[in-house]
Design a protein around this ligand. Structure first.
Ligand code: ADP
Ligand code: TZD
Ligand code: MG
Length: 572
């Protein structure tokens, strides 16, 4: 027997990892190479997996998370040990918080040395550190267990409430060899990784009874509803019941924001006044003022009743009592509700829907007037009006959005028309998702991406413009350049250094894209912005538009000023 035939009959850790991923339909990995996974990235590419290589692991991780949200397949991020792992960990924790399925696979150092703390290269007990920050964490020590390890990771990420999973692969694993046929047999193709969870009939009836008796019903759609990919059923439920609805930011576009039943333009009114609220894949966390208090109408909050559709049974009663919990996957729950509506469903009282329509009209007219203004220095409104028109013309484009004012204004001004076209800072309100999400959106959908970025927000992931250029992705980054965090006008009362919220004035962000061969445009006016954005979307060329925004226009923390702690001490 020659060495060649011998090696043909052997496989190793590298190939088993790649084969296990491929067997489970993984076609893309977001990575940053180095010891011990450099060869894994090369070999995976050689085996036909698309390898998107980043400049910092956090952005590879964010890309994996966004890919998971968009595709219902776990996004894979691959990093080196200790520091690379830690850089990826923020994204893993954020994915878990957002209920996005992703798997962070990290190489790790020698167990024997790590566990005796003898000082290995990049030594760290990564599994222990990852555990509290994700949904599940596993380590594989033997090549024959790779199949099981990857199957467990996929199931954990996708089943029930989706989330982040950590998979620890020590360096020694990759070169372990085993018989190729036995290796192949050890791999698992996961069957039905996100099983449907059918709601109990009595829970469906309870929800329908409550909804039927409502005088001022409201449906709130969250990003869980967008993730669930049962868009037609959700639309049917809204339209057949005639109930007004509010989309949370990443549920925008599930139904077009221009839909007659959308109550977004009169959000505070409907939250304060609704008597029965049905939450569909949305948690009653800070983004919904925990279901109580002033936002929910103060005294009204005591009489309001909630129906909550969620796959996670323990989400119920997390903040306020849930009168009708509906536990199951959203597709199954919404289908069951639709079936139970029957043919004689009475639409909500017209006083409620008419009142909403009138308030909406008034607010939209006011907004249209503001958007039509063209102040001498471009501000959030005049710039976002341009983007609003661009998205209307290209409803299939994906919008990525982060910042404070840039986020809050864009969320309310830029209408979305199709499901899963808006990716943003999510449950944590985290800065730094921008370029990672934009890369993933372009890679997994092939659609144009428009990233609306505060200048501070952009800074967290700005170096990834090189990644965007390297893979020639159809991403147009628009930096809302107001010279700082919230505003560019703070001053240091003592003189000397600039204030902590202020950046270099009139920075030329567009040159960053030019540095890597992309298109960079400075836009001082809505016309210049419109022209550059139109060209970027048409050409698909990596583009960065530096949109100069009035540095006085923003407010502290955008719309969440109230969350800033106030100093109790008298000013000296
Ligand atoms: P938003 O921030 O848009 O309000 P959240 O992230 O707070 O949304 O809520 C999403 C909810 O959706 C989570 O509680 C999660 O358990 C739930 N969820 C995610 N996917 C599904 C699904 N397929 N079926 C049912 N619930 C789901
Ligand atoms: N760090 C991280 C990881 N996440 C955060 N949310 C923050 C810091 C705090 N933060 C915000 O909440 S918004 C923001 C920071 C630093 C930036 C706001 O400035 P911007 O947007 O330039 O992006 P505007 O348009 O100037 O308000
Ligand atoms: Mg700013």
């Amino acid at each position: 027997m020659t060495n060649d035939t011998q090696s043909q009959k052997q496989t190793d850790g590298f190939h088993l990892v790649i084969d296990a991923l491929k067997l489970n339909g993984i076609d893309t990995i977001f990575a940053l190479p180095g010891i011990p996974i450099t060869d894994l990235t090369r070999k995976a590419q050689a085996e036909g997996i698309r390898m998107i290589s980043f400049r910092h692991e956090q952005h590879a991780g964010n890309a994996a998370a966004a890919a998971g949200f968009l595709t219902q397949k776990p996004g894979i991020c691959l990093t080196v040990s200790a520091p690379g792992f830690l850089n990826g960990l923020t994204a893993l924790a954020n994915a878990t918080t957002n209920c996005f399925p992703m798997i962070l696979i990290s190489g790790s150092s020698e167990r024997e040395i790590v566990d005796l703390q003898q000082g290995d290269y990049e030594e760290m007990d990564q599994l222990a550190i990852a555990k509290p920050l994700c949904k599940a964490a596993f380590r594989v020590l033997h090549a024959e267990d790779i199949g099981v390890g990857i199957a467990r990771a996929i199931r954990s990420a996708l089943s029930g409430r989706p989330g982040g999973v950590y998979l620890d692969l020590p360096a020694k694993l990759f070169s372990q060899s085993m018989d190729a046929a036995a290796g192949k047999k050890s791999l698992i193709k996961v069957v039905d990784p996100a099983p449907r969870q059918i709601p109990a009939p009595e829970a469906v009836k309870r929800a329908l009874d409550l909804l039927k008796g409502a005088k001022r019903p409201l449906i709130v759609l969250g990003k869980g509803a967008a993730y669930a990919q049962c868009d037609a059923e959700i639309r049917a439920l809204i339209e057949k019941t005639g109930i007004p609805y509010l989309p949370m930011s990443m549920a925008k576009g599930l139904l077009p924001d221009t839909h007659a039943q959308s109550a977004s333009a009169t959000r505070s009114h409907v939250l304060a006044e609704a008597d029965v609220v049905m939450l569909v894949g949305a948690r009653l966390n800070w983004l919904l003022s925990h279901g109580k208090g002033k936002t929910w109408g103060g005294p009204n909050a005591d009489t309001r009743q909630f129906i909550q559709i969620d796959i996670s049974p323990t989400e119920m009663d997390s903040n306020v009592p849930i009168a009708a919990p509906l536990v199951g996957d959203i597709g199954s729950c919404v289908s069951a509700l639709l079936e139970g509506l029957g043919s004689k469903w009475a639409k909500p009282p017209t006083e409620w829907t008419q009142g909403i329509a009138e308030r909406k009209d008034k607010n939209l007219t006011k907004m249209a007037a503001t958007l039509a203004l063209n102040p001498p220095t471009m501000n959030f409104h005049s710039a976002l009006n341009v983007i609003r028109n661009a998205v209307k013309a290209r409803p299939d484009a994906i919008v990525v959005n982060e910042g404070a004012n840039t986020l809050d204004f864009a969320r309310s001004i830029v209408d979305m028309y199709e499901p899963r076209k808006r990716l943003d800072v999510g449950t944590w309100g985290i800065m730094g998702i921008g370029m990672g999400f934009a890369v993933a959106a372009a890679v997994v959908t092939g659609k144009p991406v428009i990233a609306i970025e505060g200048d501070s927000a952009f800074g967290f992931s700005g170096m990834e413009v090189e990644t965007i250029c390297r893979y020639n992705l159809p991403v147009c980054v628009i930096v809302f350049n107001n010279n700082g965090i919230y505003k560019g006008t703070d001053v240091n009362p003592r003189g000397g250094d600039v204030a902590p919220t202020v950046f270099v004035k009139n920075a030329r962000y567009e040159m960053m894209m030019q540095a890597f061969g992309g298109v960079g445009v400075l836009a001082n006016t809505p016309d210049e912005l419109a022209k550059a954005l139109d060209e970027a979307v048409k050409s698909g060329k990596p583009t960065l538009i530096n949109a100069i925004i009035d540095e006085t226009a923003g407010t502290e923390s955008g719309r969440i000023t109230s969350l800033n702690p106030q100093s109790a001490a008298a000013k000296k």
